[in-house]
Design a protein around this ligand. Structure first.
Ligand SMILES: NC(=O)c1ccc[n+]([C@@H]2O[C@H](COP(=O)([O-])OP(=O)(O)OC[C@H]3O[C@@H](n4cnc5c(N)ncnc54)[C@H](OP(=O)(O)O)[C@@H]3O)[C@@H](O)[C@H]2O)c1
Length: 279
């Protein structure tokens, strides 16, 4: 795996991404990994997902280990208004980092074989909530002079995938959205990173593939905690972090650089419209 240009300095990270971070989908997998890493930096946490007891146990453990404060928010992210519920529950906090982690889907369901309501739930989780929360926290971070937005997407964002049509489409939204936002928010000292995550051995992935013909080859899958740590290290170096499909695959720095250069070129072109014409 490629190394970030410089490792994340914990004190600097606490100053920029603290005093509070909000993690949507914090109870296991990469979400739990983000919570553990951020707590070790001394950043207070809002832990959100559907399972109160799991979040509470994690919060208690991290508070005892690192002396942080935590708050639990039980919220189903597929329900309309979920983004607003996160905004309301954190209105009194100074939030320096928002992490959109939850967003996976069961493997192998055709577009026509699920209810359209469920697909709308996925759009709520991976599109509407991301827009609502990034708009809200982005504006607050612009006022306070800095912060970070970290969105967990997927390698499936790079192209349409049969039987994951809606999933890969919503993940592509996250990638494009973050690329534009990265350039827009950079002058305001706000780091935006979209992680195109690889196959990871998460509880969700295990549940989704159990009893299916989709076999997990352990050598192919990443450890989710390794991905959380790597993603935080890359947070100041957006807009995209594209993981190799498996830990033994070559790094994808070239693709990442190419995508970033395209965004920078478009940004420069856009800026030229605002420059006074030479007379
Ligand atoms: N695992 C992979 O192989 C893989 C590959 C590529 C990309 N990704 C991306 O990486 C991220 C993490 O994936 P993951 O495999 O850990 O699965 P995930 O289901 O997206 O994330 C797990 C976390 O999200 C919470 N969550 C799930 N559905 C929720 C809902 N409807 N409302 C509120 N919280 C919800 C879970 O807690 P509760 O159960 O307590 O609600 C848990 O804390 C996702 O964005 C996914 O798209 C994963």
């Amino acid at each position: 795996m490629m190394l970030p240009p410089s490792p994340l300095d914990k004190a600097a990270a606490r100053a920029k991404y603290g005093p509070w971070a909000v993690i949507a989908g914090a109870s296991d997998g990469t979400g739990e990994g983000f919570a553990r890493e951020l707590a070790a930096m001394g950043i207070n946490l809002v832990l959100s997902s559907r399972r109160r007891e799991v979040l509470k146990a994690l919060g208690e453990e991290l508070a005892a280990a690192h002396g942080i404060e935590y708050r639990v928010l039980v919220q189903d992210l597929m329900v309309a208004g979920a983004g607003q519920a996160i905004i309301d529950a954190t209105a009194d906090l100074d939030v320096g980092l928002y992490v959109s982690n939850a967003g996976a889907d069961a493997v192998g369901r055709g577009f026509l074989d699920e209810s359209v309501e469920r697909w709308h739930g996925m759009i709520t989780m991976n599109v509407t909530n991301v827009v609502d929360t990034c708009y809200h926290f982005g504006r607050k971070m612009r006022e306070r002079g800095g912060g970070g937005l970290l969105i967990m997407s997927s390698g499936s964002a790079l192209g349409g995938i049969p039987f994951l049509s809606m999933y890969s489409s919503t993940k592509a939204f996250e990638g494009n959205f973050c690329e534009g936002l990265w350039a827009e928010l950079k002058p305001h000292n706000i780091d935006v990173l979209c992680v195109l995550a690889p196959l990871m051995d998460t509880p969700c992935y295990r549940r989704n593939t159990e009893g299916t013909g989709f076999l997990m080859d352990p050598s192919m899958a990443w450890d989710p905690f390794v991905v959380s740590r790597g993603s935080l290290d890359w947070l100041p170096h957006g807009p995209l972090l594209i993981y190799p499909n498996s830990p033994s695959d070559p790094d994808r720095s070239a693709e990442m650089v190419e995508r970033r250069e395209r965004v920078e070129a478009v940004m420069a072109l856009g800026n030229s419209f605002n420059e006074p014409a030479e007379t």
